[in-house]
Each structure stands twice: as C-alpha cells, then as structure tokens.
Ligand binder design. Structure first.
Ligand SMILES: Cc1ncc(COP(=O)(O)O)c(C=O)c1O
Length: 391
C-alpha cells in the first residue's frame, strides 16, 4: 500500500553514516524464524493466543522465562516474581503509574538512557541526577543526595540505573559498587529500578551478576527482547519481589486489557520452545563484537588525539569526550553536512552536563560504514579545531 505515513521509527538518510540510532541492523532481525514461531503459535495455541491474556503474561512464557533466566544467571526466579511486559519502556511507564505520584523525585543515573527520562517527565516526576563515572553510578554522590532530599521532605519514588553496559557510556557498575549500592538500597529503603537490557550482549567477558541478585527485596529488574530478538515485538519482562508483581497484576490497565502483547508473547514462547534464542544471541554477539572493534579502530585512526573514550565491553554504544571548548550539539549540523550523525551528550543528562560528549551506536551499520563514519567525524572535529584556532 502506498502511503506517506511512516511505518517505522528508523529514518535513514541518504549519504549520512547514521551513528545516532541504537537500533539493531535490520539484517540481524530473525524474520524467518519468527515467522515459523508465529505459525506454530497460531496453529497450536489457536484461539488461546488470540484471547485476552492472563494479566501476568501467558503461563507458558513465564515458565520458559524462568528456565531461561535460571540457565543464564544461575538462579531460578519463582513464577510469582515475573511479569511479562511490553518491553522496558512500557514497564517503566507502569512503574511510574503505580509507584510514583506527580511531584515525586526520581533519582536518575547521569548520563543514562535519555528516553527513560522522557517517560519520567510524562508522569510529572522531578529528575535528580546522580553522577556516574567509568565504573558506573557514584556511590559517594548517592549517599550525599538521598539523605538531603529526604531531609527536605521530598518523596523519592525510586532510583533508575543501567548498571550493565550502560546506554550511552557502555560502562558497567563495578563489582564493589554493586555490593555497596545493594547494601545502601536495603539500609535506606530505596527502590532501585535496574534496567538490564544489554546483559546478554557482552563482547569480552560475561556481565557481572545483576544488582538484583545482591538485593532482591530492593531491586526491580527490567529485561527486554528488543535487543536480543526484535524491538518491534514490544515484549520484555520484569523480575521483582512478589508484592510488586501483584501490585502490577492488579492494576486497572491489565484488568481491562489483559496481559500486554499477548499474541506476541505466544510467538516468543514458541520461539523459545524451538530452542533458537541462545544460538541467535551467539550470532548477535559475534556480529556486534566485530562492529565494536571496527568502530574503535576507526576512532583510534581518525579522531584527534585529545578525544577520549572507553572501550565498551558490551551493549550498543561508545561515548566520546571531545576536547575543551567543543559543544557536540552545536557541532551536529556540521557533522551531518559532512555525512555522519550522532546523539549529543546533553540528551542523556538530567539538568546539566554532557556538552562535550556524544554517543555513537555500532549496532546498526556495517563495519565498513562504521569506519567511514569515524573518518567523517574525525574530519569534522579537525576542521572545527582549525576554525577555533584561527578564530
Ligand atoms: C537502556 C535502555 N533501556 C530500554 C530501552 C528500550 O527498551 P524496550 O525496547 O524494551 O522498550 C533501550 C533502548 O534503546 C535502552 O537502551
């Protein structure tokens, strides 16, 4: 059907190396296998796949998820600890609806996944940044900020953090800090929302155990099939203590509509039953590892010597620090004119910071395109430096 209306969010512009999109390469989306899974789901499950679903998510998917999480992480969550969600975005929206009131404070790691900040904003929450460094969230900052907010009478609904292969930095919360944060959350009765979407996409060594494993009573952990299968499925899961899961199951939205994305949940259950996920993730890892290495090689070759970045050990992103005097948002039009795009750092920071940073995604483009993107970025930075010294 011909229409000018968009079908998808991804908008690729001709002639631009799009390093802004944290999207999987379309070639890595397993369309044929999902077609087989969809056929199996509808043929075998029939009308049950098309009915209003159980609020918690379909039982078979919950059982399969338990086994999957147990195999990967060594601890089998109880069925009462799992809720099937419409992905992390929907889970965050639901948690804001149920656990927060407009005017509450949400503590957010900074920098962090920028679109989560938008969801918190939709709920009228006040964002208070908690700075992170190369080893993740800074515990000294959290230990300073939380008591001050509470002493001022503020209600803090939760802390939002991406402790494993963070978007945008690629950094992970160091082991010592994981224990410290777990202890702190329990001692201070702080709910922590652990966004864990990149856990399986490690390229050097498997990720550290989830924060949740250290403080199950304090942490709500969110997983998603978006990065390991396909974002258009809109399917994920939440692991939390049974009271939280019950609170979610009892909400009006699920009562009215049944479990979210019930048909998709049947399709993904069939896919898991077919035993395809582990092999698919292995292929993703190999492919993204190659892309990460190609981008890093391009950055080392083409970026001016005073730019800084860390080697991302997992996830989709590299986080670049530009030298003093640069502003990544102001530089973006020139970069796009030169054929490369990125997301400016300020987008990932609540309230302040990020002006000299930018985020590059290595998930979407081929190794060759990533090298081209790095070369163009290097040329733009060199030119901007020249203008500064001449000006
Ligand atoms: C840290 C993080 N959380 C959540 C999401 C979105 O997750 P979902 O597609 O499951 O809503 C993204 C996508 O970029 C992300 O980077």
């Amino acid at each position: 059907l011909q229409t000018i209306l968009p079908d998808i969010q991804l908008n690729l512009r001709r002639g631009i190396a799009e390093l802004g999109w944290g999207h999987p390469d379309p070639a890595l989306l397993p369309a044929a296998d999902l077609a087989r899974a969809a056929e199996l789901a509808i043929r075998r499950d029939g009308w049950r796949a098309l009915a209003y679903g159980a609020e918690q998510g379909p039982g078979p998917l919950i059982e399969l998820l338990r086994v999957w999480l147990g195999q990967r992480e060594g601890a089998l969550p109880a069925a009462e600890q799992i809720l099937v969600t419409g992905g992390v975005s929907q889970a965050l929206d639901l948690l804001c609806t149920l656990l927060a009131r407009p005017g509450d404070v949400v503590l957010v790691e900074s920098p962090v996944y920028h679109l989560a900040l938008r969801i918190f904003g939709d709920h009228g929450l006040e964002l208070v940044p908690t700075p992170a460094d190369a080893e993740g969230l800074r515990m000294d900052a959290l230990a300073d900020i939380l008591p001050r907010l509470r002493a001022a009478g503020r209600q803090v609904c939760f802390l939002y953090t991406v402790p494993t292969f963070c978007n945008p930095t690629g950094a992970s919360l160091a082991s010592g800090r994981r224990s410290e944060l777990a202890r702190f959350a329990l001692e201070h009765d702080l709910v922590v929302v652990e966004d864990d979407v990149y856990r399986d996409l490690w390229y050097d060594a498997p990720a550290l155990p989830p924060l949740q494993s250290l403080a199950p009573a304090a942490v709500i952990r969110l997983g998603s099939f978006s990065k390991i299968l396909a974002p258009g499925l809109r399917l994920g899961w939440l692991v939390a203590k049974p009271e939280i899961v019950q609170r979610c199951i009892g909400c009006g939205m699920l009562d009215s509509g049944g479990g979210v994305n019930h048909f998709t949940a049947h399709v993904v259950a069939a896919y898991l039953e077919m035993g395809l996920l582990a092999g698919h993730i292995d292929r993703l890892r190999a492919s993204y590892r190659g892309r990460r290495d190609a981008l890093l090689a391009g950055l080392a070759q083409y970026l001016p010597g005073d730019c800084r970045w860390q080697r991302p050990a997992g996830g989709f992103f590299a986080w670049i620090e530009l030298p003093e005097g640069h502003d990544s948002a102001r530089l973006l039009p020139a970069a796009e004119a030169a054929g490369v795009s990125y997301v400016p750092g300020t987008r990932f920071c609540a309230r302040y910071g990020g002006e000299r940073h930018l985020r590059l995604a290595f998930s979407l483009l081929s190794e060759g395109e990533l090298a081209t993107g790095a070369k163009r970025l290097g040329a733009v930075l060199a030119y901007s430096r020249l203008q500064k010294t001449e000006g």
